[in-house]
Design a protein around this ligand. Structure first.
Ligand code: T46
Length: 180
């Protein structure tokens, strides 16, 4: 596998080695020793899956400490533009964002450490998004930030987004307070 640093060095793109043959393909989607050696979450505690029609935007979400989550995300069907926002106040990239297109064709994964808000917009119908989390779900610890916050100025592309009422009403970045 190839590990690629993004514009925020702690957010990594993992490009797995895909073995194609007449039957189809095979690749290792997770390998504890290789991923841990690359600095990617040691103990994952929960796996999640969601399916989204084209335009669905889920995010930007995080869980507050002590339930902060690192996420190893990928697409098994369809395509997303995946976005991570640095919420770590002492980070040189505080308030900065990176994005990467994850598809069932490139089979890329993205590692988003704890301390980031995460979200994606689905680029195709029936996009199935799966991810490993380094902590369990804790509803009371959930936090979010507005997808189109002008201080963040995230480029989500040209698809008109479809959001949950919760995400439509997410707080502004400037109102988040000191979380990480
Ligand atoms: C996240 C989560 C949700 N739920 C329940 C709570 C709701 O009744 C229902 C849908 O939750 P929500 O609308 O928050 O789902 P998404 O909008 O896909 O949330 C995710 O969106 C972005 C992409 C993320 O990075 C987070 O992992 C996660 O917040 O599932 C659970 O039971 N367990 C969970 O871990």
């Amino acid at each position: 596998m190839e590990i690629v640093k993004t514009g925020i060095p702690d957010v990594l793109i993992i490009k797995p080695r895909v073995y194609n043959d007449d039957r189809g393909y095979f690749f290792e989607s997770y390998n504890r020793s290789d991923f841990t050696a690359a600095g990617i979450g040691a103990d994952f505690m929960q796996d999640n899956e969601s399916r989204s029609m084209k335009g669905v935007l889920r995010g930007l979400h995080f869980q507050k400490p002590p339930y902060a989550q690192g996420k190893l995300v990928r697409v098994v069907s369809g395509a997303v533009l995946d976005v991570a926002v640095d919420l770590r106040r002492n980070s040189p990239w505080f308030g900065k964002w990176v994005s990467v297109e994850l598809t069932d064709q490139n089979k890329w994964m993205c590692w988003i450490p704890a301390g980031f808000a995460h979200g994606f917009i689905s680029l195709e119908d029936n996009t199935v998004f799966i991810y490993k989390c380094t902590n369990v779900y804790n509803a009371a610890s959930e936090g979010s930030v507005r997808w189109n916050d002008t201080d963040l100025n995230i480029n989500w592309g040209n698809i008109i987004p479809v959001l949950s009422p919760k995400d439509q009403a997410a707080p502004l970045f400037r109102d988040l307070g000191n979380i990480f």
